[in-house]
Ligand binder design. Structure first.
Ligand SMILES: [Mn+2]
Length: 170
């Protein structure tokens, strides 16, 4: 039960249970779990990441923010390191969207390397999704392409600790 494979299966099963009633915002209503699995896949297949705790955190990265999972529950199930990475990439949903974005910008340069990996893979997955299709009830196609370009630059800048502002002039 303690092999890396068993741990990874246990983690993806936990995430699947937690997200079981959620759907993505694409027109197909893709099951939400496709997203965290895809984020972990970006890290393993494109990033060459083999650190199992980073891959676990990728699988679990939206459980605290978007489901009834508590940080203590993650810590009890998967240990303090994994729970800590998830906590670093979790926004406080009681704040306004604008305030959450502001805090992301403020915190990103000070995040651990592991949390930056998960955050960037998360953003990359979402940007590819935005490029692939228009979310239900949002944006025209052309606007998606504009956002794709701008947000990638934005995320890159803030994880480097640079000003996120300059792309706004483009
Ligand atoms: Mn996510």
């Amino acid at each position: 039960m303690d092999s890396d494979l068993a741990v990874l299966i246990e983690t993806v099963n936990f995430a699947a249970e937690k997200h079981k009633n959620q759907r993505r915002k694409d027109p197909d209503g893709t099951p939400y779990i496709n997203h965290p699995i895809g984020v972990a896949r970006i890290l393993s297949h494109e990033g060459g990441i083999t650190n199992i705790q980073v891959l676990q955190a990728a699988l679990l990265h939206d459980t605290v923010e978007d489901t009834n999972t508590s940080p203590a529950e993650l810590q009890a199930q998967f240990g303090a390191t994994v729970a800590g990475i998830v906590q670093e990439v979790t926004d406080d949903k009681s704040l306004s969207k604008q305030e959450r974005k502001r805090l992301q910008v403020e915190h990103a340069p000070h995040c651990s390397h592991e949390a930056k990996l998960v955050k960037l893979a998360d953003k990359l997955y979402n940007l590819r999704d935005l490029n692939r299709c228009t979310p239900v009830g949002q944006y025209c196609h052309q606007h998606c392409h504009y956002q794709y370009h701008c947000h990638f630059q934005y995320q890159y800048n803030i994880t480097k600790g640079q000003s996120p502002q300059h792309w706004k002039q483009q």
